[in-house]
Every structure is written in structure tokens, then in C-alpha cells.
Ligand binder design. Structure first.
Ligand SMILES: Cc1cc2nc3c(=O)[nH]c(=O)nc-3n(C[C@H](O)[C@H](O)[C@H](O)COP(=O)(O)OP(=O)(O)OC[C@H]3O[C@@H](n4cnc5c(N)ncnc54)[C@H](O)[C@@H]3O)c2cc1C
Length: 381
């Protein structure tokens, strides 16, 4: 058993850590305050090859292993969690396309993803369907030359920025096997985007997207009619481990700051870190985050080794965001009134982290997957 990163992975961690310290952490509060990413952010992320990491070399990417994606996201999230969603989507959708689209479609779409020219959104959730995503109601009707999309997607992270979306629509009967995935340009006529006003990740541009008779070509279908839901669910076994590491990265930053604060802040003439009432909760949260980090990296390592990683990825996704929110909350309390102020990153990180408990599936959704595997399919819907 080997718990060490490779020299290349260590070098990647160092590079992204330095980029994060210089270009992400100092600018995160402003993005949160204005509710917008700064101009040129996606180009900066692309220059760090963050979008290319998850794209195969044959299509202009770096073809990095999954553990490397996890490392990059953990480091980036320590400075600002919200832009991580763009890297996450590129990795998740890159994997879905690489595994299911034709080589011709991959040649058409993936080089622009790797270069950061295409910003991707995953358009699955609808106003009436989130956890029960196999019930989506958006319709795709066959036209002479392709398909026409009708319906509403909501909670689409990056919906305000994305150039393309993978849109899930019903082409067949009820249930998972009736859902098809369409690679859709989001500037197509008939699409209206309405930004949502959120507790956290305020610059992320989470939006509602209405599709009113949006025409897409026959070659927009990924994998084939009726395969979309299965494709995305397999992809979630990857992205759930990645989002877990985003949560760990952001919460660990707050915990480090809380530990530093506990060393110097004095009450009753002594540093608060000398009181076990302060130190022990921080120790417990450091332990919980460490465990979350291990199971997330185990999932990615198993994926890279070609092993089944569904259990570990879903364990990571329900556990890590919860552990991260609890740790970030404790960090805020350790800072006292200073933590409550938006002058420090502590409060923003807590707000942003709560979003990771919902995005890519709630703890309810992921524990359902685990219950099916541990108890048997007949014991969970
Ligand atoms: C920050 C953020 C980013 C997001 N990004 C995207 C995105 O890019 N694309 C996209 O399509 N969606 C996105 N979402 C939406 C997200 O995937 C959904 O919010 C999530 O799947 C839950 O669906 P819902 O909100 O409709 O809740 P519901 O499905 O209505 O569930 C409500 C509550 O009931 C629980 N619940 C439901 N059924 C069960 C059950 N059988 N057993 C136990 N508990 C259950 C859920 O866990 C939840 O707590 C994002 C959400 C957030 C907050």
C-alpha cells in the first residue's frame, strides 16, 4: 500500500497551490461581493491547464489521471471553491464525452474544452426533479434534421457563463431509459437564462435555463437515444469524489486559519488553543476531514486502477461536504466575532461549502446509492 503522490502529482499540487495563493485567494472576496467572476478568469484557469487535465491527449488535453484532478481541485478550492465548478464540469463532461461520444464528436467538442474556450454546464435538475433525476420532464422531439428541446432546467451551475450544456431530455418512455443527453450550444435561439440569488458560491452564475423550441442537430446526441441518464450516473461516480476534495480543500483552509488563530488569540492571559474546549473540536474536525480526504482519493485511485469505485465515491460525497461544513463552522466559531465578519474568508467558505452538500447529489441521494449496494436494489427506490 502506498499513500504518497507521485513526483508529477506533487509538482502539480505545488504549482496550483502557488497559483491559488497568488490569483485565487486574494480575489475571491471581490467575486463573491460582485456575484461575478472577473473577466479573464477562465483563460487564467486554462493557462494553468486546469481544463485540459481531464481531456484525453488525443483531443488536445493532458489526459491526466483522476487523482491529479482531485489534487488540482483540492488546491484550487483552498483559495476559492466556486471556480472549481468550471474545472469539475470540464472533467465530468470530458469523461462522459470520452466514454460515450463518437471520436468525431470528441474531435469537434473537446479541444475547445481543454483550451478553456468552451465553458460547460450540466443541465439535469428541473424545477420538479432533482434527486429523482430519472423522472426529468424536459422533452426532445424529433424534427426532420435533428431534435427540438422544450422544457426548463434549473440550478445549473455556471449557467450564466456556459457556452455549452449537456442537456438531459426525454426522448422515450418514463424512467431512466427514456432520457437522452444532448450537447447543446447555450447561445441557441429559444434559450433564456435567469440567474439565481444564492447563499454561497455567488459568483458561480447558477441559473434557470428555459428551452423554448431549441433546435439541435442529430449529431448533438451523446452516445445514443435513451443512454443519457446512465452516462451521467456513471460520471457522478467520478465527479462525486472530486467535489468531495473541493469541500476538503476549502474546509482545510479554514481549519488551518483557525489553528493559527488559536495559537495567538488570548483570553484570560493564555492562547485559546491551550484550552481543550477550543483545541479538541479542531482536532476532531481535522480527523474527520482527513478521513474524508482518504476515501475521496481512494475512489479516484480505484478509478485510475480500473477498479469499481462507486462505493468510495458515494461515501466521499455524503461524508466530505458534511465534515467540511462542520469544520468550517467550528473554524468560524474559533474566530469569534472576527469569523462572522466578511472581512475574513471564513464566513464565505462556510456559505460556499453548504452548496457542496447539494450539488452533484445530496447526502440523501448518495446514501440511497450506498443503501442499494449494501442492502440490495429492492431495499431502496
Ligand atoms: C451549489 C449547487 C450546484 C448545483 N449544480 C448543479 C448543476 O450544475 N446542474 C444540475 O443539474 N443541478 C445542479 N444542482 C442541483 C442539485 O443537483 C440538486 O439540488 C440536488 O440533486 C437535489 O435535488 P433537489 O434540490 O430538487 O432536492 P429534492 O430532490 O427535492 O430533495 C429534497 C430533499 O429531500 C431529500 N430526499 C429526496 N428523496 C430522498 C430519498 N428517497 N431518500 C432520502 N432523502 C431524499 C434530498 O436529499 C433533499 O435533502 C446544484 C445545486 C447546488 C446547490
Amino acid at each position: 500500500m502506498d499513500f504518497a503522490f507521485s513526483p508529477d502529482q506533487e509538482a502539480l499540487a505545488k504549482r496550483i497551490r502557488e497559483f491559488t495563493a497568488e490569483r485565487m485567494a486574494p480575489l475571491a472576496a471581490e467575486a463573491d461581493r460582485t456575484g461575478r467572476f472577473r473577466d479573464g478568469l477562465f483563460a487564467e484557469l486554462a493557462a494553468q491547464e486546469l481544463f485540459a487535465l481531464g481531456v484525453p491527449a488525443a483531443y488536445g488535453g493532458r489526459g491526466a489521471d483522476s487523482v491529479s484532478l482531485g489534487i488540482a481541485l483540492e488546491e484550487l478550492a483552498a483559495g476559492d471553491l466556486t471556480p472549481c465548478y468550471a474545472v469539475l464540469n470540464a472533467a465530468l463532461i470530458g469523461a462522459i464525452l470520452d466514454g460515450n461520444a463518437t471520436p468525431e464528436q470528441c474531435r469537434r467538442w473537446l479541444p475547445a474544452v481543454a483550451a478553456g474556450e468552451s465553458v460547460l454546464a450540466l443541465c439535469l435538475t428541473e424545477p420538479g426533479h432533482g434527486t429523482d433525476a430519472a423522472s426529468v420532464e424536459m422533452r426532445a422531439e424529433e424534427s426532420g434534421s435533428g431534435w427540438v428541446l422544450h422544457g426548463v432546467k434549473t440550478s445549473t451551475m455556471l449557467g450564466a457563463y456556459a457556452t455549452h450544456g449537456v442537456v438531459f431530455a426525454r426522448t422515450g418512455g418514463p424512467g431512466a431509459r427514456g432520457v437522452t443527453a444532448f450537447f447543446t450550444p447555450l447561445d441557441a435561439p429559444g434559450i433564456t437564462r435567469t440567474p439565481l440569488h444564492d447563499l454561497g458560491s455567488r459568483a458561480g452564475g447558477r441559473s434557470t435555463l428555459a428551452f423554448d423550441g431549441v433546435a439541435v442537430g442529430a449529431d448533438a446526441v451523446i452516445g445514443g437515444p435513451g443512454l443519457g441518464f446512465v452516462q451521467v450516473m456513471r460520471g457522478f461516480d467520478y465527479s462525486r469524489a472530486l467535489i468531495a476534495l473541493m469541500a476538503v480543500g476549502a474546509a482545510s483552509a479554514s481549519l488551518r486559519e483557525a489553528l493559527d488563530h488559536a495559537r495567538v488569540r488570548e483570553t484570560f492571559g493564555r492562547p485559546i488553543g491551550t484550552y481543550q474546549g477550543v483545541a479538541f473540536p479542531l482536532v476532531e474536525h481535522a480527523t474527520a476531514l482527513h478521513m474524508a480526504r482518504l476515501v475521496a482519493y481512494e475512489a479516484l485511485w480505484r478509478k485510475d486502477a480500473g477498479l469499481d469505485h462507486r462505493m468510495e465515491a458515494n461515501m466521499a460525497k455524503w461524508w466530505a461536504p458534511k465534515a467540511a461544513v462542520d469544520a468550517a463552522h467550528q473554524a468560524l466559531l474559533t474566530f469569534g466575532h472576527q469569523g462572522w465578519s466578511e472581512d475574513l474568508p471564513i464566513a464565505r467558505r462556510l456559505r460556499d461549502l453548504i452548496g457542496t452538500e447539494l450539488g452533484d447529489g445530496t447526502a440523501g441521494a448518495t446514501r440511497l446509492v450506498l443503501a442499494r449496494r449494501l442492502l440490495g436494489r429492492e431495499h431502496a427506490p
